[in-house]
Structures are given as C-alpha cells and as structure tokens.
Design a protein around this ligand. Structure first.
Ligand code: MN
Length: 265
C-alpha cells in the first residue's frame, strides 16, 4: 500500500480564494494537503521574490499558512523553513485553481504558474491549475486533482520521467468536453495604457486591455480552450531557446567581435 502523498498547495489569488479552497477539498481525496499561499491577490506577480522588504508568516489553521509576499516567496518559505510548515519534503506542489485561464504567454506573467515552477526548479513535480471564472468550481477542482494524482502516480514507479514535471492545466467555462495534452498557443491581448486623473488632479495610468484573441492552431492550449476542452501543457523551466536559435546567438557574437575590432582599429 502506498502512503498518501503530501501536497503543498499554493496560488496567486490569495490563501482564501474560492478556487484554492475548492482545489484543496478535491486534493484531500487522495493526499494530505498543506496550504502556503499569498496573503493578498498576487495575480501577474510572475516569479518575483521579495528581497527588499520583510515577510510575515501567518497561520490561519492547522494546515493553512499565508505569507505577505509573492507565490514564489510562499513556495520558497514553505520548502526552506524546516518542519515549520511542511513536516517533510512535499511529494507534489499544486498551484491554483487560478481565477481565470493561464494560456499561451500568460504563463510568463502568471503567479500561479510561477509557484509551480519554483517547486519544479527544486525537483518537485508541480501542477498549475487555472479555471475560467464561469467554470463549475467543484467539477473543475476534481478534474485538476485527477491530473495531479496522475502526475504523482508516475512518480511512485521507479521510471519517473525527468521531463514534464511541470504541467499547466486550464479548465474552460461550463462543463469540460474532455481533456487533451497540448502545447502553448498564442493569446493576444488588446494591449493598452489608460491615462486618467485622480481626484487631486494628478495623472495615473492603468495598464492592460480586456479583449483577448486566441490562436486556433490544432494542438494548442488556446484551441483546446475554444473547443471546450481542458488542456494539459508540459512547461520547460530551462529557458534556453533551442537549436534553431543558436544561429542568432552565434551571429550576434561574431558581429559584436567585429564591432569591437572596428572601434579599437
Ligand atoms: Mn490569479
């Protein structure tokens, strides 16, 4: 018999967000769950660490902790505070469920994904789960928990894959039509900067447009989303661009040497 896994649960919406609570309840069906999550909404915080101000850890219940920092802070603190938060190294880190999808390039900005990435960088399999704001929360949470359990099951064998230990899951609105493995698609926002004036007459800015356009190429997470399917996208955390980009770097290196010679000649 296999012991129940220990899951560290985080998010970027805050420790008391409905998506986290729903996911925690679903994960408890097969795992011990400890929450260490941001005290306030940290959406779009990406992978920031708080290095220039103090952090405070608050315990809200036996298994719920909050840090007044970023999602990556929360994972860092939970993993490196001895047995203060987790009794042992977690078997799995789950982040979510985020309030709204994290598709395509969203994964660059997402604090939800960053919490999972922080764990994956330390060799712990991790899943980020996001659900549409109109998703059926308990159903989406059960779906997300099944993906987490399946990833954990891979690791219980001796042939644990070294790749794909960071997964990004998105649950569409309504009832999910099924589940697909995907790659990142393209999600284009109607980018804008709004200039306004505050009540004292000082100018302020508000960034980020609301409209969004999805790539519909077969096999992408954005296409799956549009077709009503839940997507499971493996993410890399080695950011090297791959062999096709080496040419560009080599050309830049050669060109920079030529500039150097021209200036010193
Ligand atoms: Mn969020």
């Amino acid at each position: 018999m296999t012991a129940r896994p220990l899951i560290l649960l985080c998010n970027d919406d805050g420790y008391d967000a409905p998506g986290l609570l729903a996911l925690g309840a679903a994960l408890e069906a097969f795992a011990e769950v400890i929450v260490c999550a941001p005290k306030t909404n940290q959406s779009a915080a990406s992978h920031a660490l708080t290095l220039h101000s103090i952090l405070r850890l608050t315990q809200f219940s036996e298994r719920t902790y909050a840090v007044n920092g970023t999602p990556a802070d929360c994972i860092y603190v939970a993993l490196h505070s001895g047995t203060r938060i987790v009794p042992r190294r977690p078997d799995l880190v789950v982040s979510g469920m985020n309030h709204g999808p994290n598709l395509g390039a969203d994964v660059t900005y997402s604090g939800t994904v960053a919490a999972a990435r922080e764990a994956a960088l330390r060799g712990i399999p991790a899943v980020a789960i996001s659900a549409d704001v109109h998703a059926d929360l308990p159903a989406a949470a059960r779906l997300g928990a099944r993906v987490a359990e399946a990833l954990w099951n891979l690791g219980s064998g001796s042939n644990r894959p070294q790749l794909a230990s960071l997964l990004n899951v998105n649950v569409p609105p309504g009832t999910s039509a099924g589940i697909r493995s995907t790659r990142l698609g393209s999600r284009r926002y109607n980018d804008e900067v709004l200039f306004r004036r505050d009540p004292r007459g000082y100018e302020y800015l508000w960034i980020g447009g609301s409209e969004v356009h999805h790539e519909l190429t077969e096999g992408t997470d954005t296409a799956a989303w549009e077709a009503g399917f839940t997507s499971v996208t493996p993410l890399a955390y080695d950011l090297h661009a791959g062999s096709e980009a080496i040419d560009v770097a080599q050309t830049v290196v050669a060109s920079s040497l030529a500039i150097d010679q021209a200036k010193s000649g």
